[in-house]
Write a protein that binds this ligand. Sequence first.
Ligand code: ZN
Length: 387
Amino acid sequence: MKKTTHEQTKLHNMRLILRTIYEAGTISRADVARLTKLTPTTVSDLVEVLLTDGLVEEVGFGVSVGGKPPTLITVPSESRFAIGIDLADNGIHGSLINLRGEIKYTASIPGNLVGDAALEQIYTLIAQLMEHVDKKQLLGIGLGSPGVVSFEEGIVRRAVKYQWKEIPLRSLLQDKFDIPVFIANDSQVAALAEYIYGVDPNEKNLVLLKVGEGISAGLIIDGKIFFGDGNGAGEVGHICVEPGGLLCRCGHIGCLETVASLRALAQMTREILPGSDGLTNELLLEKLVGLIEAENAESKRIVSRAGDYLGLAVANIVGLLNIHKIVLAGPVTVLGDVLVQPILASMQEKALDALSKQTQILVSDLGTNIVQIGAAALVQQSTLGLF
Ligand SMILES: [Zn+2]
């Protein structure tokens, strides 16, 4: 029992030291001791272990404050990698990502297989990515999956897109690849990416609203993903915004997804664009952008109506949580201000002034890789204690 406690303290201190060096960029051992409030001996001993592991490196000397100049240490961004996988609307995308969220190698499998066939695609993609990294440098695999996912148990409870129910994805992948695996909902990991690498990083709270084929939000509260009691926090796509409206794929009526998702925008574009029946939703979104650039009034009305509903959902989120930073992500962000302005106006109209005044609607600049970067960050956070 005593031994476990000692090991736990050592691990805790090691992570604290690593995180302090990571956040500082370059730093001396003495400053690590000062910032962590650990003794210089503890810091020296544990830095020695990190040096041996190759997780930190000596990079020259700092300025002397009397006596010999201190040796500076750093966490090289390529000392470790994580695989980040996005189980996305249009296929499965994966990347090898370094400790600073930079993509070193990327691969995709397009298509929309379901059930076991989708699992096989994931195995193939991971095997391909693993060929491009030394396994000793690989921290683990992170996945962002649609649907309700239990991070703690590593189980995809339900993902309609893949027709999965209670899939123990973590243990399946750990058994196959013999490496740590972490899974969470795709919007939740996207929110983590935004928190670490996004616009004004490290704001303690944020809501990431991901609008694609479906709509869901990821919540960062006090620097941590908020999963909710049943891991379903952020399922805002199925908030009712139009009672008596259209039937949603969830079986309810008038959900946000029926009026403001990529699917809804594509359907409305199809209705105003002759000969567009066979086009995919992604292509229809491109057409919609084209129509807006051509000052087509109907297309602007379509986007403004979707923005109005999204603003209603954001007003409800703001009323509940009073979080100032709302970040929009997903394919619809190509609509830019044409979408953001009506969201902002609608939110300001519907939320209490005192709350809406300081609330910002921002567009993520992490682009289509946001879920992959967030999934890799989940690995770094879980294995090294970074962030
Ligand atoms: Zn619904």
